[in-house]
Structure formats: structure tokens, C-alpha cells
Design a protein around this ligand. Structure first.
Ligand SMILES: Nc1ncnc2c1ncn2[C@@H]1O[C@H](COP(=O)(O)OP(=O)(O)O)[C@@H](O)[C@H]1O
Length: 192
């Protein structure tokens, strides 16, 4: 985190293999944060605003138009107060990020979660393998200073509560470190 950041609230990236609990964490964090945070579900944003070059049937995912996506997010990241929720993070410039949370999950549990989502078998296998190989964790460690990258277990509801509590503590400390005030009457919302 930058010591002399003019932002009044931080940018938090929540990343992890699909199904590890990013959106669940982000939603609870919005509800429990002492300051307003916007939850940006980046995958949904890509779809809604067509920041892509089409759907890749083989990979069952959109081919993202990174320039358009970054242009949209830049002013939001500069202002702060956002949670970027996506299954990849290296695209986000290092200067944006104050905290990078990487959610992790046992691969058997992850398999069940993705099956419930009706993902095709190939996509479940790929994501499962990525989780076992720690692909997203490695990407985060390669892209941001090690002191802002935090790996958190997301296997139970207790994990979610504990994780959100510790992120809220981190936010409070960030606000103190950056001489920012907590205002009671600010709205909280979610955008995609
Ligand atoms: N820590 C957890 N404990 C139990 N269930 C979880 C946990 N994290 C996520 N889930 C469940 O797994 C599914 C995927 O969660 P979601 O937040 O949509 O993941 P992501 O945003 O990473 O794709 C949801 O049904 C959610 O309730």
C-alpha cells in the first residue's frame, strides 16, 4: 500500500479459482465494512458491458478485451473504495492494489461446488487442476508485493466469517494509516 495515497479508501482484490468463494466474501465484506465499498464482479462486468471479443467455446469463457476493461476500471481504482472480484488478478496494475486476497479451497470441495454450478466436466477439471497447482496464488505473488498478498482458506462458513473479520480489521488499520475518517452516512452498494 502506498503511504502517500490520496485515496480515502482502499482497493481490495479478491481473487481465486472459480468457486472458491470470491463473490460470497465480497458481498459479506460490503455489508460489514466500516466504509462504503463497491463490489465489482469483473466477470459479470465483462459480460454486461461486452468488454470481450466473443465467447470461446473451447475454453467456455469470454476472450476479454483488456484495454476496454482497464479503461473502465481505472477511474474507480484511482478513487478507491472498491472490491475487484475476479478469478485472475495479474491484469490489474500493481499501483491499484492495496490488498490482494487469494481464496483457497480443498480441491474435492471445489469440484462439488463447480458441479453444482453445472460447469461442463472439462471446465471443472481445468479449474480443479489450477487450484491444486496454486495457479492464482502464484500469479498474485508474481504480480504484487508479497506483503499485500494474503492467502485465505475458504472451506466453511466459519472461514468466511473469520476472513471477513480480518479484512475488516485490515481496512480499519488502512484508514488509520492513511488518516481517513469513517463516515456513518455513506451508502454501500454493489455494481457489476
Ligand atoms: N467458505 C465457504 N464455505 C462454504 N461454502 C462456500 C464457501 N465459499 C463459497 N461457498 C459456496 O461455494 C459456491 C461458490 O461461491 P462463490 O462465492 O460464487 O465463488 P466464486 O465467486 O469464487 O466463484 C457458492 O454456493 C457458495 O455458497
Amino acid at each position: 500500500m502506498s503511504e502517500d495515497s490520496p485515496k480515502q479508501s482502499p482497493v481490495i482484490i479478491i481473487t481465486g479459482t472459480p468457486g472458491t468463494g470470491k463473490s460470497t466474501h465480497a458481498q459479506l465484506l460490503v455489508a460489514e465494512s466500516p466504509i462504503p465499498l463497491k463490489h465489482i464482479n469483473v466477470g459479470q462486468l465483462v459480460k454486461d458491458k461486452s468488454f470481450h471479443h466473443g465467447f470461446d467455446e473451447q475454453w467456455q469463457s469470454y476472450t476479454v478485451d483488456e484495454d476496454k476493461l482497464l479503461d473502465e476500471l481505472e477511474p474507480l481504482a484511482s478513487a478507491g473504495g472498491i472490491i475487484l472480484d475476479w478469478h485472475t488478478c495479474e491484469i490489474f496494475p500493481e499501483r491499484w492494489a492495496d490488498l490482494v486476497v487469494v481464496l483457497r479451497c480443498n480441491h474435492t470441495m471445489l469440484w462439488d461446488r463447480l458441479e453444482k454450478r453445472n460447469y461442463p466436466l472439462k471446465k471443472i477439471q481445468e479449474n480443479n487442476e489450477a487450484e491444486i497447482m496454486e495457479v492464482v496464488l502464484q500469479e498474485a505473488r508474481d504480480s504484487y508485493p508479497q506483503q499485500i498478498v494474503v492467502e485465505l482458506k475458504s472451506e466453511s462458513s466459519q472461514d468466511i466469517e473469520n476472513n471477513v473479520t480480518s479484512i475488516v480489521s485490515w481496512i480499519k488499520q488502512w484508514l488509520k494509516d492513511n488518516d481517513c475518517k469513517i463516515e456513518d452516512d455513506m451508502d454501500k452498494d454493489t455494481i457489476s
